[in-house]
Design a protein around this ligand. Structure first.
Ligand SMILES: Nc1ncnc2c1ncn2[C@@H]1O[C@H](COP(=O)(O)OP(=O)(O)OP(=O)(O)O)[C@@H](O)[C@H]1O
Length: 510
């Protein structure tokens, strides 16, 4: 697949229209002849819809990279080739301290590998939601079993100073991305990564859209789709005009920035609901509630960024980013020296405090890469790399978006059936717990699936009657699904226990 990058170029000229010419294109980040055996693999940083990102130390040099591993067959099957090519070529040409750097790529028969700058600080999402020892929340303590959990109450949001620091760095990087004629289209706290010293880097250019006058060289077949009825990105951050099939603009990212700042300050995205459909209704109705602790400046900035008219969002008008940067929320920000400012202290990942990053993944066991690379005996069909959610997927929960919906779960649906809510959760037993994918569909059907073996482990018998099916929330992340025959306990690390309850009840009362 990489060879195709070497073919004919399409250069998109500044004055619109595209110019095509034949030329061998040389990447800044070279295509190397490395193999996966040249790296010592460590923990899994994260799992995307078509990739797995792993900490990888080059044995020869000791340099640590974030290796984005993509299964060729899966990418082809899912028609993601254009997205992968575009991400590769865009990252190759971007050069900004606030953007993940691509160092080199390589491939083998099964996988494509991108060696990215590693962000040891994890996702901004985790900084927002990370568990901290703060206080006991008495109202949640009615279940003795969970008492210990409540000694570790989540702070769940950032201070305004922290949010200002991070959002200024995002604004700075976004200004650069937009100045290059690119729309990122998937700005959200999961794609804002932190270096070990706490600075922000924008990642995941898999949804990027070059504008007509982009300064980026785009290769044939690498431009992402612009089909009227689909959107790329993630449901909760998608702007209303995209739902109305308007063409993409820089304003799309500014809306997502508004949602992200709201989330930093409140702990949740502004448009939250039990299903994509309900989220879209809220977005279209611009149904925003501002928590009372928001300062006047924060509220005003978010309110303006979430303007239904994309051209009125600060940063999108004729004044460009100057209008955004001089907003009172950013008062005191030294825009020229952002990267030399002292970042907020990172809340540590509890799992990594006992684990050495080279040797252990986030759950305390070394990642076994048997399913990747040419030399792998286990990799006989090429389907397993990104298509298995992995042992770390418990922390990669997200609502499905139309475009990024993970096709793995489609096999559990009948024709015409669609997913209303899906989470990687832990099914809690007396002393053990098991990672499962909990899936609620419009049938209605409520099942949980073993994410590694991709087999249904349980079918919770549906009833519209709350006497036969009800959900008891015992904490922000813990809930029990009760049927006359049994009570099943789950933990959703992304604290969506109430969302699950609401989703099930909404469906019962439809
Ligand atoms: N350079 C990096 N350093 C550390 N972790 C990373 C890095 N790049 C990605 N990750 C982690 O891996 C996850 C998946 O990566 P990425 O978002 O690029 O994959 P994707 O398949 O494009 O995802 P998506 O489903 O959002 O399209 C990220 O959310 C992040 O947690």
């Amino acid at each position: 697949m990489e060879k195709e990058f070497d073919t004919k170029l399409v250069l998109q000229g500044r004055n619109g229209g595209s110019v095509s010419r034949s030329k061998s294109f040389s990447f800044k980040a070279p295509q190397e002849n490395f193999t996966i055996q040249d790296f010592q693999l460590g923990k899994i940083y994260g799992v995307g819809s078509y990739s797995k990102v792993v900490r990888a130390k080059k044995k020869e040099t000791g340099t640590v990279y974030a290796l984005k591993i993509m299964d060729k067959k899966f990418i082809t099957k899912e028609n993601k080739t254009a997205y992968v090519k575009l991400e590769r070529i865009v990252l190759d040409q971007l050069d900004h301290p606030g953007i993940i750097k691509l160092f080199f790529t390589f491939q083998d028969s099964f996988s494509l590998y991108m060696a990215l700058e590693s962000c040891e600080g994890g996702e901004l999402f985790d900084q927002i939601t990370r568990v901290r020892m703060i206080s006991v929340e008495p109202s949640w303590c009615f279940d003795k079993f969970w008492d210990l959990t409540y000694l570790h109450v989540q702070k769940g949001k950032l201070s305004e100073d922290e949010a200002r620091f991070y959002s200024a760095q995002v604004v700075d990087a976004l200004e650069y991305i937009h100045s290059m004629g690119l729309i990122h289209r998937d700005i959200k706290p999961e794609n804002l990564l932190l270096t070990s010293d706490g600075h922000i880097k924008i990642a995941d250019f898999g949804s990027v859209k070059p504008m007509q006058d982009s300064r980026i060289t785009v290769l044939p077949n690498a431009a992402s789709d612009d089909k009227a009825c689909t959107f790329v990105g993630t449901a909760a951050y998608v702007p209303p005009e995209v739902l109305n099939s308007s063409p993409a603009t820089f304003g799309n990212d500014l809306w997502a920035l508004g949602c992200t700042i709201y989330q930093m300050l409140s702990g949740t995205s502004p448009f939250k609901d039990a299903s994509e459909w309900l989220i879209f209704q809220r977005i279209i109705a611009r149904d925003i509630k501002f928590p009372s602790h928001f300062s006047e400046a924060a509220r005003d900035l978010v309110d303006r960024l979430l303007d239904t008219d994309p051209s009125r969002r600060p940063g999108a008008g004729s004044e460009g980013y100057a209008a955004l940067k001089r907003h009172p929320f950013f008062m005191g920000v030294d825009w020229k020296n952002l990267r030399s400012q002292t970042p907020p202290k990172l809340a540590p990942d509890p799992a990594s405090q006992t684990a050495s990053p080279e040797r252990e993944d986030a759950h305390g066991s070394p990642w076994n890469p048997t399913h990747i690379g040419d030399s792998s005996a286990a990799h006989n069909d090429g389907h397993s790399a990104p298509s298995t959610p992995s042992e770390s997927s418990g922390s990669i929960t997200r609502l499905a978006s139309i475009d990024s919906f993970d096709s793995r779960w489609q096999q559990f649906l009948e024709p015409g059936e669609s997913v209303l809510m899906i989470s990687a959760v832990k099914k809690l037993q007396k002393i053990t717990s098991k990672k499962v994918q909990l899936i609620l569909t419009n049938k209605p059907k409520l099942i949980y699936v073993d994410p590694s073996k991709l087999v249904v482990k349980g079918n919770i018998i549906w009833s519209d009657n709350s006497n036969d099916l009800n959900v008891i929330v015992t904490s922000p992340s813990h809930f029990k699904i009760c049927t006359p025959k049994k009570v099943l306990s789950f933990e959703d690390v992304k604290q969506r226990a109430l969302v699950w309850k609401k989703a099930i009840e909404t469906l019962q009362n439809r």
